[in-house]
Design a protein around this ligand. Structure first.
Ligand code: RM4
Ligand code: MN
Ligand code: MN
Length: 430
């Protein structure tokens, strides 16, 4: 059996930090009580919050210049599952992982689900991949996939997505995420509307194969790898496609896939209103689709997004059931540390948004008291909710300080011995 962090180590580390945590939590409880907030209710909501880990995120990522593999990185889906389980064991925020096919393809899916169950991880949305060619593939995706000019290539891409649904079914998934790289590098390379029509035709075939209770998530992206135009470029295109396809199609928001300075929280509000918000791929960025750690660059933006989500929950917005996932690339950090920290950042933004006094905010908005409205909203963001997050982890059997326990365990060093590097391994986004 391969190494797992012993629960005893978590208990030992928690015992050291426990008294301090109890003190901080009690102080915060009193402060919140003065503002009429019940800390127990907030903690329970945070403890129930879950965000999926991308299987491709546990490998070291890279850029188009180079990849610097880390020691002991996962060699395949079984190793990736172990790392996902470790992330959840310590931070208790990520009970599921989101697989990517064909990267995570195996011969025996029963073996895979059994292993996952043993490790205590489930499967979230399945991601298809028609943005690269793999060995033995008949036709190339160099000029596109679901929106390719040639029917044969479109059919092949449809068949791959249908296979993803079949595999997802075996894994217990309930959604297919479709991101295509189809686009153009030169004006004149293709006709904007002809390719969109081909995309819609292909997606209609995939849509028709969705099992009962499934949804398809349409993920847009403004540029890269295509640099002049992409077929599914923005939320307008995504929403149009979802409306053409039907009620099981909805729009996924990857935080890095928008034009610079776009107001993502407003897009989120609009998608909720249209009953088409699929969910998120969380990450952070400064310039483009940087895939940096969630909350590392612009935690205020993350808070404002969660503010819209909490607001929708508060209003009981219809058909509001977003799927939360991380989607980031870890080029210079240990992916396990980054994913734990990022999951905790989503919980932080959620907890902060829960603190906002929504009735007072609405009243200030109605009175056009701009400064008061802004200060009510900001009060959530400036609150240090760390003791709530730690308490939620403790109650769920996790670590008060997950990164400290991870480091104390020497997990990565042990895995480096257990997992000798394999030639040509390409875990991560390369
Ligand atoms: C894309 C997009 C997709 C992810 C791939 C690896 O930029 O974010 O969600 O599947 O990267
Ligand atoms: Mn994504
Ligand atoms: Mn991306």
């Amino acid at each position: 059996m391969s190494y797992r962090i012993p629960d005893r180590l978590i208990a030992e580390e928690n015992a050291k930090l426990g008294p301090m945590q109890a003190e901080d939590y009690a102080v915060l409880a009193r402060r919140l009580e003065r503002a009429g907030v019940d800390i127990g209710a907030v903690t329970a909501k945070v403890a129930a919050f879950a965000v999926a880990v991308p299987t491709w995120g546990v490998g070291t990522g890279g850029t188009r210049f180079a990849r610097f593999p880390g020691l002991g990185e996962p060699r395949g889906i079984f190793d990736k599952l172990e790392d996902c389980a470790t992330i959840h064991q310590l931070a208790r925020a990520t009970p599921t992982c989101s697989p990517h096919l064909p990267w995570d393809k195996v011969d025996d899916y029963r073996e895979l689900t059994e292993r996952a169950a043993l490790l205590g991880v489930g499967f979230d949305a399945v991601n298809s991949n028609t943005f690269q060619d793999v060995d033995g593939q008949q036709l190339s995706y160099k000029f596109g996939s679901l929106a390719h000019s040639q029917k044969g290539v479109r059919d092949q891409a449809v068949a791959h997505n249908v296979e993803c649904i079949d595999i997802g079914r075996k894994l217990g998934s309930k959604a297919l995420t479709v991101w295509i790289a189809d686009g153009s590098n030169f004006p004149g390379q293709f006709n904007f509307n002809r390719v969109f029509d081909w995309y819609l035709e292909s997606m209609a075939e995939i849509y028709a194969r969705l099992p009962a209770g499934w949804r398809v998530f349409i993920e847009h992206k403004l540029y890269e790898p295509a640099f002049y135009s992409t077929v599914i470029s923005d939320w307008g295109t995504s929403l149009t496609a979802a409306e053409v396809l039907g009620p099981k199609a909805c729009c996924l928001v990857d935080l890095g896939h928008h034009a610079p300075n776009v107001n993502i929280e407003q897009i989120v509000a609009r998608l909720i209103r249209a009953r088409r918000l699929a969910g998120f791929h969380f990450n952070d960025s400064k310039y483009g689709d940087d895939d940096l750690d969630t909350g590392a660059i612009d935690p205020f933006r993350l808070f404002l997004i969660f503010n819209e989500l909490v607001d929708a929950g508060h209003r009981n917005a219809p058909s509001f059931d977003p799927a939360y996932m991380l989607d980031q690339s870890h080029n210079v950090t240990d992916p396990i540390e980054s994913l734990m920290a990022s999951a905790m950042e989503t919980q932080r933004a959620y907890a902060q948004a829960l603190l906002v006094d929504r009735d007072a905010l609405a009243a200030a908005q109605d009175e056009n008291d701009v400064m008061l409205a802004h200060r009510i909203l900001k009060a959530g963001f400036i609150a240090d909710v760390s003791p709530i997050l730690a308490e939620a982890r403790l109650r769920n059997g996790g670590a008060i300080d997950p990164i400290a326990v991870y480091r104390a365990s020497n997990y990565r060093k042990i895995k480096a011995k257990e997992r000798p590097a394999v030639a040509g391994s390409s875990s991560g986004i390369v």
